[in-house]
Design a protein. Structure first.
Lengths: 159, 770
């Protein structure tokens, strides 16, 4: 089976029914994409397929042959991080961090389609679960990456 | 070779330490040649050891031995800040190495914090703000438990205690190293030590000599530190200021390694199925069905380890293949001999226990019976809270390898020593033959204070011929086999005099004891031979700040058979809902504003009053709101910190919608304000999920909720704006990770009462059922 992952053609041997998540994690050892629920409810496994945010725990690999797959490992590079990754650091978004790969991939799909999202756009697109509750900073970071928010959540803490 | 060299230098430093070390209480935890590094499973032997916490590399970089687990609470950054501050190095120059199992890394503050004293007794300041001598029982209790804790050296990350515990010992460890480095420069350059200055890890003298820590380290480690002084507050450059969290870059590019991300050559993956009936067992298992599935190598039976339920694991080439096979296996599951557990029945049993039993009295003030006698009337209410699951986003997992009589573990755990101990018991090796690497934790919340999954991984690895195995629970297993927050019932009663003034307050609650069960499964050698009162179940009821003239609070500890455990903020998480909702009921009964009513009862608790006032002021408590909105407030102390929250709510299609939550917190000296704010924001979301949706129901032994769709949690669209305000303080730091959780549910319930006139006394809050 030949897959197009992060701009490279990858040969992998796998059951065509295996969800993309497990091919990434256990066959290709690309562990940035996380397992949370296995039923597409939490979005920890979100990757992009032809630009769309997709919950890879329920997508069989047979369904993504010939499509462009992007994972967190290729969202940016150390030299050129994605604007969202910079915004995530600027707003100090993550806590445990486990959901953040999926959050970033979902946000990247949103900004590609809607470069200046409203709060309602963000509400509608960002349906992943964060158990640490970083949502408010995620919202601020998306706006920052979109060039819409000079002041972040961090500024809202006062001694 | 290198190892001998640094052992020698560590011995020199330790000998020297005895000279200048008079009365500092942290000195017994500094470490010496008797408890040297290497600490972790794969120690880095470069650098010069100064004590059990600090090592200086040749390039001048500082290495901190890190015993605490990073589960999102920012501990890796906060503790590094303490060291960077006292050593005068940039934060980025401090790197971490996992600490070992030595007793010096034990969490003393956590054990001392578990004493069942009323916080106003523990406080070392009077209501007027003057230092005071605390009651003898408090001083004696803390001294004894502190001593015991230092002996036991239990390394656990929990009870919001990491910064409080590290506060003194880490600063002293760093300041001692700094003093030795300065001493070495002084001796080497033959210049007075008080003429030397340190900037960014470089020591210099105005006349020209200059050297960085790495150049002086070897000599300095054998140099007596002389008199060690901690910096004055006014000289702090890091403590109290925001700094970028060191763990975040790896968390935005996918490179952070959680337990699930460990990859080893030849590794296998195990999926499990436990008996769906809690406490049940497995009869016949069709192993042949599993072995016929593609990619599967073996099936291993699992006994009921460390308080969990029995079942089996399937081992294969990928987790998905193992999981598919495990799901396909026909099993003859057996109910537990005592019959299936049922949460509705357990709720009735708790009420019967309240009818029947007095329970253990945790706090008594004045004479409640006397206050009741002349009372013209009583206000009474019964409250309830359900079982809850932790639902860490990273499912339970552990990677283990058993080879040549040794065990290697890679685990996202809050209790590394207990993971080692259970692995040693299962594999029948000495604890010295078990080595653990603690990964990042994809959430903890108390679930990772349990080691059931570690035992399972080791059992499976024993059958895999020396190959490493990563055992992962599905979300369904995670939800159905948690150690749940115990179900509770509480009865609260206030007696009022003819003028309507509250004379006496009585609270009695019932629920399963947590700590005795946890001790039995995780520290069996220390478990008490008799049932002991469980402070963790009663906290948040017996320790209220309000000056009701007479009070009695007791708790009836039950034992239902449901596995129960520590859930973020533990007893406080539901008890604050009971107590702070009831206080609101009393305010309503007295026809007083809830803020004014609370203020009138806080004469003896000025810190609480300050926190309450700050939250009320920032929320604009007395200002108007748009139609259809209402506010509610709550005040609660837990883990040494006081939090007040004001919640603003409306109804959308009949369902509560929280718009804004204002948090004020007094957590003593704040090391990193941004991390405290993160914890308040996260606590609000965590508590709001529980208040609106959280419940675990058990029927015929089976947990009905299987996965996130049946155990919903708050999403981004429903998340309110959370504002955090810090009360300036020079006290010792107290907790931040949990104290934001307890006030949210009562503040919301109080806001909903204000909005609808309906008093909700049961969690989760439901206007249709309430």
């Amino acid at each position: 089976m030949e897959l197009q992952i992060n701009g490279r053609l990858v040969q992998a041997e796998a059951d065509p029914g295996m969800p993309l998540l497990w091919l990434l994690r256990d066959v290709l050892n690309m562990t940035g994409t996380k397992f949370g629920c296995g039923v597409a409810a939490c979005g920890a496994c979100t990757v992009r397929v032809d630009g769309q945010a997709v919950r890879s725990c329920v997508v069989p690999v047979s369904a993504v042959e010939g499509k462009r797959i992007q994972t967190i490992e290729a969202l940016g590079t150390p030299d050129k991080p994605h604007a969202l990754q910079l915004a995530w650091i600027a707003e100090q978004v993550p806590q445990c961090g486990y959901c953040q790969s999926g959050m970033l991939m979902a946000a990247a799909a949103l900004l590609d389609k809607t470069p200046r999202p409203t709060d309602a756009d963000i509400d509608a697109a960002m349906t992943n679960i964060c158990r640490c509750g970083t949502y408010q900073r995620i919202r601020a970071a998306i706006k920052r990456a979109a060039g819409m928010a000079p002041a972040g959540v961090a500024k809202r803490t006062k001694a | 070779m290198k190892r001998r060299a640094w052992l020698f230098s560590a011995a020199g430093a330790a000998g020297a330490l005895l000279v200048g070390w008079g009365m500092l209480p942290a000195r017994s935890r500094l470490g010496s040649a008797a408890h040297p590094w290497p600490a972790g499973a794969e120690p880095d032997l470069t650098g010069v050891v100064f004590n059990g916490w600090i090592k200086i590399r040749a390039d001048g970089g500082v290495v901190l031995a890190m015993p605490r687990s990073e589960m999102g609470q920012g501990v890796h950054t906060a503790l590094a800040m303490l060291v960077a501050e006292e050593l005068d190095v940039p934060l980025a120059r401090v790197s971490l190495e996992q600490a070992g199992s030595d007793a010096i890394y034990g969490n003393v503050a956590m054990l001392v914090g578990s004493l069942p004293f009323h916080p106003l007794e523990v406080d070392d300041y009077s209501a007027e703000g003057a230092p005071r001598v605390r009651p003898a029982k408090v001083r004696l209790g803390e001294w004894m438990v502190g001593k015991l804790a230092r002996e036991l050296g239990i390394n656990a990350t929990g009870a919001s205690s990491s910064v409080a515990d590290a506060w003194e010992v880490l600063r002293v460890a760093a300041a001692t190293a700094r003093a030795s480095l300065l001493g070495a420069a002084s001796l080497d350059w033959k210049l007075p030590v008080d003429e030397l200055s340190v900037s960014k890890g470089v020591i210099s003298h105005p006349s020209g000599p200059s050297a960085h820590y790495g150049e002086l380290a070897k000599y300095a480690a054998a140099t007596p530190p002389g008199e060690v002084k901690l910096k004055n507050r006014k000289d702090w450059r890091l403590i109290g200021r925001n700094a970028p969290r060191s763990d975040l870059p790896a968390k935005v590019d996918g490179s952070a390694v959680f337990g699930l991300d460990v990859r080893l050559p030849g590794m296998l993956y195990a999926a499990i199925r436990l008996c769906p009936m809690l406490g049940g067992s497995a009869g016949a298992i069709r192993t042949d069905v599993a072995l016929a599935a593609p990619g599967v190598e073996r099936l291993v039976r699992l006994p009921a380890y460390a308080g969990s339920t029995a079942g089996f694991a399937v081992v294969g080439k990928t987790w998905w293949q193992s999981q598919q096979a495990a799901l396909a296996v026909p099993v003859d599951w057996q109910q537990r001999p005592a019959g299936g557990l049922d949460s509705a029945q357990i709720g009735k049993a708790l009420e019967a226990a309240l009818d029947r039993e007095e329970g253990h009295t945790f706090y008594e003030k004045g004479d409640v019976a006397k206050a009741e006698a002349p009372a013209s009337r009583k206000v009474e209410a019964q409250y309830s809270a359900p079982y809850l699951a932790h639902a860490t986003l990273e499912p339970m997992n552990c990677t283990a390898q058993v080879k040549d009589g040794k065990v290697r573990l890679w685990a996202p755990t809050q209790v590394p020593q207990m993971a080692v101990a259970v692995a040693a018991r299962v594999a029948r090796v000495a604890p010295e033959d078990v080595h653990i690497t603690v990964t990042l934790l994809g959430g903890g919340f108390g679930r990772r204070l349990e080691v059931d999954c570690v035992a399972q991984a080791v059992r499976v690895a024993m059958e895999c011929g020396g190959r490493p195995v990563q055992l992962i629970w599905s979300r369904e297993e995670d939800t159905m086999h948690d150690f749940y927050r115990p179900m509770q019932r509480a009865r609260l009663s206030a007696s009022l005099d003819a003028k309507g003034k509250v004379g006496g307050l009585q609270i009695r609650s019932a629920g399963d004891a947590i700590t005795p069960r946890w001790m039995e499964r995780n520290l069996p050698a220390l478990a008490a031979p008799v049932e002991t009162p469980d402070k963790s179940a009663a906290e948040g009821l017996f320790d209220l700040p309000y000056g009701f003239a007479s009070q009695r609070m007791s708790h009836v500890a039950t034992r239902s058979g449901v596995p129960v455990g520590y859930w973020r903020s533990v007893g406080h998480s539901h008890n604050a809902f009971f107590s702070e909702s009831f206080v609101d009921e009393l305010a309503v009964d007295a026809k007083q504003d809830p803020l004014a009513f609370r203020r009138s009862l806080l004469e003896e608790a000025p810190r609480h009053l300050a926190v309450l006032d700050l939250a009320a002021a920032k929320a604009g408590w007395s200002t108007g709101l748009s139609p259809g909105r209402a506010r509610g407030l709550a005040l609660h102390e837990s883990f040494g910190s006081i939090v007040a929250q004001v919640v603003e709510v409306s109804l959308q299609n009949g369902v509560p919608r929280v718009h804004r939550v204002v948090c004020a917190i007094d957590c003593g000296t704040v090391v990193h304000p941004g991390i405290v704010a993160q914890q308040m924001e996260g606590s609000v979301v965590f508590a709001l999920s529980a208040a609106l949706y959280g419940r675990i129901d058990i029927e015929e032994g089976v947990v009905r909720q299987k996965n996130f769709p049946q155990y919903p949690m708050l999403g981004l669209a429903e998340t309110p704006v959370v504002e955090t305000y810090l009360v300036p303080s020079e006290r010792v730091p107290s907790g931040a990770g949990e104290p934001g959780v307890p006030p949210l549910a009562p503040a919301l319930a109080n806001a909903l009462f204000s909005l609808t006139g309906k008093r909700l006394r049961s969690l989760p809050l439901s206007l249709s059922e309430g």
